[in-house]
Design a protein around this ligand. Sequence first.
Ligand code: FES
Length: 98
Amino acid sequence: MLAARAAGHAVQTLEGLQEEAADFVGFIADQGADQCGFCNPGFVMNTIALLRENPDPTDDEIRAFLAGNLCRCTGYEGQLRGIRSYLDSRKGGAAHGA
Ligand code: FES
């Protein structure tokens, strides 16, 4: 996103989401989807945004939302399982910032 388009809006970075990020990466690691870790910050930010926009997405909606997150190490199935587990764990009002 062009930075100028954020003018007048609040910008939240990964540093501002440390508690949620630490929780999320545990779900990714549990699925063995954390290899070099280069792609993790993008998955963290976009998964938390997805949770806030659509707390109960289908797997196809998860894939569509995260289509811009590139991972050179995996086939995305581990990330999908981890993201699904993370989102499922947030059902029932436990979601942060939702
Ligand atoms: S784990 Fe290496 S790029 Fe995704």
